[in-house]
Design a protein around this ligand. Structure first.
Ligand SMILES: N[C@@H](CCC(=O)N[C@@H](CS)C(=O)NCC(=O)O)C(=O)O
Length: 203
């Protein structure tokens, strides 16, 4: 049996997992899940009901996207995208992204659901928290952790992509040229195109 990935194509967490699994060359069966109608076998395996979830042939279940990235890179890491000595620097970025930035991203994306303040204000908060600090780094080097790619680029890029897509015209003109270049380079990479364009195998 191959590892089984429960995924949703547009979910940024699932996207980062697929990117890492593909980079590591892991052969998989992908089950594309409808979030409104999750398959009972997924809920039996993982009652928390989020994707991605990776079921290994051993029966081990990996239920968090970051853990799927780390598992994949532990199997194969052809270009050294996880250097453990950089984790002390990388992990706080992951926490910032998955916690406060993701919350602001949701507010910015769905301002009607979060009427406490305006969409522009949500965006400004997200810029200060994440976009401006990322721009500063990417102006100095091509990737988030330095001159070489790392797992952190994969972990962050689906969220920056989503942010950029909320108001593409605004993002194009915003003062984040290095971030735009970084995002465009990843979105144009064979790796990204591969995980997004290949039709997911139906369950
Ligand atoms: N902490 C989880 C978050 C995963 C997550 O929230 N995925 C969303 C889709 S983007 C989900 O499955 N939500 C459940 C739902 O919408 O019912 C991870 O990193 O894997």
């Amino acid at each position: 049996m191959l590892p089984q990935l429960y995924s949703f194509r547009r979910c940024p967490y699932a996207m980062r997992a697929r990117l890492a699994l593909r980079y590591a060359g892991i052969e998989l069966e992908i089950h594309e899940v409808q979030l409104r109608a999750k398959p009972p076998e997924l809920l039996r395996l993982s009652p928390k009901g989020t994707v991605p979830v990776l079921l290994l042939p051993s029966g081990e279940l990996i239920e968090q996207s970051a853990d799927i990235i780390f598992w994949a890179l532990a199997q194969a890491d052809p270009q050294g995208w996880r250097r453990l000595e950089l984790d002390a620097e990388a992990l706080p970025w992951l926490a910032l992204n998955d916690g406060p930035f993701k919350r602001l991203l949701d507010c910015y994306k769905y301002p009607d659901r979060y009427p406490q303040t305006t969409q522009t204000q949500w965006r400004a908060e997200a810029e200060a928290l994440m976009l401006a600090p990322l721009e500063q780094r990417l102006a100095r080097h091509a990737y988030v952790l330095g001159p070489n790619p790392s797992w952190l680029d994969l972990a962050l890029l689906p969220f920056v992509r989503q942010f950029a897509g909320v108001d593409a015209a605004w993002f194009e003109a915003a003062p984040y040229p290095a971030l735009r270049a970084w995002l465009q380079a990843w979105l144009g990479s064979d790796l990204f195109i591969d995980v997004m364009l290949k039709p997911a195998q139906a369950t």
